[in-house]
Design a protein around this ligand. Structure first.
Ligand code: ZN
Ligand code: FE
Length: 256
């Protein structure tokens, strides 16, 4: 039985805020700190006290409220060791393969370089939940700002190896644009076609398209489907390695 409550809300233009709250102890962690006021609103609405921030990477839209929230709540900030000097207020640096506790829950740190070189994801196996920020998106993946396509591909493969029913929270609501692009790469995929329709419907009524799951991404997200024969045929890359197929899909998305 899980004592974890997860609250997702939108902030900034297209970022998600996520709070995880342990009902047994009252501890509450924010996944990244994109914007102070929406986080404060949800805390007040729920009557929760913030105790932790788990940072995924150094971009401003993920750390901007770190210091303000630290000042207000005295929170402990955990974040990526490989970009520790860029994380405001960092208390505890962690890296790939590390495991720490959030109350009764194990938290596994997965190194996912690519979007930034130090990007990490957080996986809570007991809660069957992963927070993938700007590495894995619904029907997409993050832009490669600091790493290489091969690194990003490997990072996504680590996430794809999590159990299919893992619930996935991401850093941004990009799903509608991602769906339009995915259909240009994998137009014959009926599960993708159906999902795109669902996504357009949700967005038309202002609803979030997340969380998603590893299983759903594996059958519909072209960035996780580099081995698919139909995708390879469309790209005319039947005999190339997965990294090369991934790099080509990413290149096309960058100019879509
Ligand atoms: Zn980012
Ligand atoms: Fe971001």
């Amino acid at each position: 039985m899980t004592t974890l409550q997860i609250e997702q809300f939108s902030c900034r233009t297209d970022n998600f805020g996520v709070l995880i709250h342990d009902t047994a102890t009252g501890a509450t962690a924010s996944i990244d700190a994109p914007e102070e006021n929406p986080i404060l609103d949800v805390l007040e609405d729920r009557g929760w006290q913030l105790t932790d921030i788990f940072v995924t990477h150094h971009h401003a839209d993920h750390v901007e409220a770190n210091l303000a929230l630290k000042k207000k709540f005295g929170v402990k900030i955990t974040g990526p060791r490989d970009e520790a000097d860029k994380i405001p207020g960092l208390d505890e640096a962690v890296g790939g393969g590390d495991r720490f506790r959030f109350q009764d829950y194990d938290v596994e740190v997965i190194a996912t370089p690519g979007h930034t070189l130090g990007h990490i994801c957080y996986y809570l196996p007991d809660a069957e939940t992963a927070f993938t920020a700007d590495t894995l998106f619904a029907l997409g993946c993050g832009r490669i700002f600091e790493g290489t396509p091969a690194q990003m591909h490997q990072s996504l493969q680590k996430l794809a190896a999590l159990p299919d029913d893992t619930v996935v929270y991401c850093g941004h609501e990009y799903t509608e644009a991602n769906a339009r692009f995915a259909l240009t790469i994998d137009p014959g995929n009926q599960q993708l076609v159906q999902r795109a329709t669902d996504v357009y419907g949700l967005r038309a009524t202002g609803k979030p398209t997340l969380p998603t799951s590893i299983g759903l991404e594996k059958v519909t997200n072209p960035f996780l489907r580099t081995g698919d024969p139909q995708i390879r045929q469309l790209l005319e890359m039947e005999d190339e390695c997965d990294e090369a197929v991934f790099a080509e899909i990413r290149r096309r998305k960058d100019s879509f």
